[in-house]
Design a binder for this molecule. Structure first.
Ligand code: C2E
Ligand code: CA
Ligand code: CA
Ligand code: CA
Length: 275
């Protein structure tokens, strides 16, 4: 039995080794990808539920690895957060998105995701300000998306940073609301301009009455707090119809449009074949 345990431990260590080697390789390749300008931004449309109008676009990072092909952000963002590379990547995302959107014909908003690691940095507000100046992008067209894990790290400092960013005219959205560390205290204590309801509620909207009741309650909460609610992960016509009935403000999801390279987001409205 002792030998079995030893063998099991060795096997475990071997697998751990393998996993950490993969992470190290990915980290090195990611650094290179950033230097060689191999990262790309995709944009996913956000629309008004009542009128169908475009409200803006969420910016989503894409990495095509030379050998592995597409690596999902859920895989490489945690690695970048662990080794600090997320600071440089996050800055690149913000600068590139502002620069691209500054050249559009229409003044749509863009929503950029921020990692909790970026938020922990004391100079975040200055960085945002500098990038806005440098790119000439209108602060009112920029929204930053943060999750509740950002807030729990250091409440006092987060609140300070949020205030400084909002003073620039930039808006703040609370991402993935309803899952993870969700608590009403977050909404009570922090100044949000939008609540993004996590997409897990959409996938259960039609068959699970509990999910529907929660969606309804969040929409009511948003109305009483005067904060618009965006439903994430809308994949069907029926889901959108329910959101219309429930007076949800905005929606985003494959049914409305998949994330696309910047060259493809305009001109194809209504003729969207891949959604
Ligand atoms: P998120 O911020 O919740 O972004 C929305 C994710 O849902 C995106 O996945 C998007 O492709 C996906 N999605 C959109 N509509 C639908 C739908 O109808 N159904 C389903 N099943 N999925 C949908 P993606 O692009 O793989 O990104 C995953 C996560 O990676 C993001 O979740 C965000 O947390 C993170 N991420 C992406 N780009 C960045 C970035 O530039 N910086 C940081 N810090 N994180 C990023
Ligand atoms: Ca997001
Ligand atoms: Ca989300
Ligand atoms: Ca997420």
């Amino acid at each position: 039995a002792k030998a079995d345990v030893t063998r099991a431990i060795c096997f475990y260590e071997l697998r751990m080794d393998e996993a950490s080697r993969t992470r190290q390789t990915l980290a090195r390749d990611l650094r290179r990808a950033l230097e060689l300008d191999q990262l790309e931004l995709h944009y996913q449309v956000q629309t008004s539920v009542s009128t169908g109008e475009i409200r803006g676009f969420e910016v989503l990072l894409r990495w095509t690895h030379p050998e592995r092909g597409h690596v999902p952000p859920s895989e490489f963002i945690p690695i970048a957060e662990e080794n600090g590379l997320i600071m440089a990547i996050g800055e690149w995302v913000l600068r590139t998105a502002c620069r691209q959107a500054a050249s559009w014909d229409k003044p749509y908003k863009i929503a950029v995701n921020l990692s909790p690691v970026q938020f922990a940095h004391p100079d975040l507000a200055s960085l945002v300000k500098n990038i806005l100046t440098e790119t000439g992008f209108d602060a009112r067209r920029l929204e930053l998306e943060i999750t509740e894990s950002t807030i729990i790290a250091d409440k006092v400092r987060t609140l300070q940073t949020l205030r400084r960013i909002r003073e620039l005219g930039v808006t703040i959205a609370l991402d993935d609301f309803g899952v993870g560390y969700s608590s009403l205290d977050t909404l009570r204590s922090f100044p949000f301009d939008k609540i993004k309801l996590d997409r897990s509620f959409m996938s259960e909207l039609e068959e699970n009455p509990q999910a529907k009741a929660i969606v309804r309650a969040v929409l009511t909460l948003g109305k009483s707090l005067n904060i618009p609610v965006l439903a994430e992960g809308v994949e069907t016509d029926d889901q959108l119809t329910i959101l219309q009935t429930e007076l949800c403000d905005e929606a985003q999801g494959f049914f409305l449009g998949r994330p696309k390279p910047v060259e493809q987001i305009f001109g194809l409205e209504g003729a969207d074949s891949d959604a």
